[in-house]
Design a protein around this ligand. Structure first.
Ligand SMILES: *Cc1c(COP(=O)(O)O)cnc(C)c1O
Length: 368
């Protein structure tokens, strides 16, 4: 790893490859792998990540919105790309960039057919998303006759896949509910198979689904967080490698005399002489105020130093009283040796939120 000279998010493609191979090893060789690279590949850098995964053999990519799919196409991704939440105003652009929509309601379905037919499109590939209990997006199973009505009257679109999303694959207390969702999905799949003549891809599992419900892998799995090195439970985390390491340097050190305060609104007051270090990143970079007040630690030369006082917009202060360090020395905020999942937990949140919240202001560097 290169030594930081400013705040950087280091993206390790070898770690990505390791995680991809680990997740692939859990599924059958002929099960397709859809790499979820929405939200800048969970806060990293979607084009570099997707290109590396495409090279390793990822079959499919998924993004949330159309503009994210366009960025991948412009970055050289030729594999199929599913757009999980396409908006009607972007249907024509979606088609122009050969992106596949996840269609989740009758009105979206008829709007999409209308747009595609004005463009004289023939058999445009679409995925139908069914709600099996997450109650977020999706058709209900009893809408199938209406779906068929719309679809069988035309040749503009072709249903190539059906999917659903599970609410709690990482939660062992919700096994019964997850199994209910899987049963509902499998019933939908059976109906779909009996109603269509061509074969249709089925996909339902996310990362924790791959780990905990491997038997339900169907034709394809959709993995995001696992690729980036987090498995939502310690024994999986141990087998994965964090792809992103957020690093910075000490901008300045101060000796704070007993009774003096540090930072805005004087939320930290020293009880003894204390050495602090100021770091050039703050809530504008995605390290929110919930990480202040001594609850969260960063790593200075392998030793843990708490973030003290209020997190500022562009800076945080840490207590380095017992750590030998100099201005300019490197500090690891999280990543290798200090997992983002543990950092996030200090603020009662999850790796997903911490990673995707990292602002675009932070420089990304790719290491291989
Ligand atoms: C984000 C998302 C995923 C990926 O979930 P992970 O837990 O990160 O693997 C899969 N499917 C859908 C529909 C999603 O929105």
């Amino acid at each position: 790893m290169a030594k930081a000279e400013e705040t950087v998010l280091e993206i390790d493609l070898n770690a990505l490859g390791h995680n991809y191979n680990f997740l692939r090893s859990k599924i059958k060789p002929d099960t397709k792998f859809m790499a979820v690279v929405k939200a800048y590949a969970y806060g990293s850098e979607s084009v570099a990540i997707a290109n590396h995964l495409q090279g390793l053999g990822a079959d499919y990519f998924a993004v949330a919105y159309v503009n994210e799919g366009i960025a991948l196409r412009e970055g050289g991704i030729t594999a199929p790309i599913l757009v999980l939440h396409p908006q009607k105003i972007h249907f024509a652009t979606l088609i122009e960039h050969q992106l596949e929509p996840s269609i989740y309601s009758l009105s979206i379905l008829s709007d999409f057919i209308a747009t595609a037919s004005t463009l004289n499109i023939h058999e445009y590939p679409v995925h139908l998303k069914f709600n099996t209990g997450l109650n977020r997006l999706g058709f209900s199973a009893d809408e199938l006759p209406d779906i068929l009505n719309l679809i069988h009257q035309q040749k503009t679109i072709k249903v190539i896949a059906v999917l659903s999303h599970l609410a709690a694959t990482e939660d062992h207390e919700e096994k019964e509910f997850t199994n209910l969702q899987l049963t509902r999905f499998s019933d939908i799949c059976k109906q779909v198979d009996s109603l269509f003549e061509h074969s249709i891809l089925k996909h339902v599992l996310n990362t924790s689904g791959i780990i905990n419900y491997t038997h339900a892998q169907c034709d394809m799995v959709r993995s995001g967080i696992g690729l980036y090195g987090y498995g939502n439970e310690p024994y999986i985390d141990e087998q994965l490698q964090p792809v992103m390491t957020l690093k910075t340097i000490i901008a300045q050190k101060h000796i704070i005399r007993s009774g003096e305060s540090v930072g805005y609104n004087r939320k930290y007051t020293s009880e003894k002489d204390t050495v602090t270090a100021t770091l050039p990143l703050g809530h504008a970079d995605g390290i929110g105020r919930e990480y202040g007040h001594g609850k969260t630690y960063v790593s200075v030369h392998g030793q843990l130093a708490p973030i003290i006082g209020n997190v500022c917009m562009d800076m945080i202060m840490i207590d380095v009283t017992n750590i030998a360090c100099e201005e300019g020395d490197e500090v690891i905020i999280f990543g290798k040796s200090l997992p983002a999942s543990e950092f996030a937990e200090t603020a009662q949140t999850i790796s997903y939120e911490l990673l995707t919240g990292l602002s675009q202001r932070i420089k990304r560097t790719i290491v291989h």
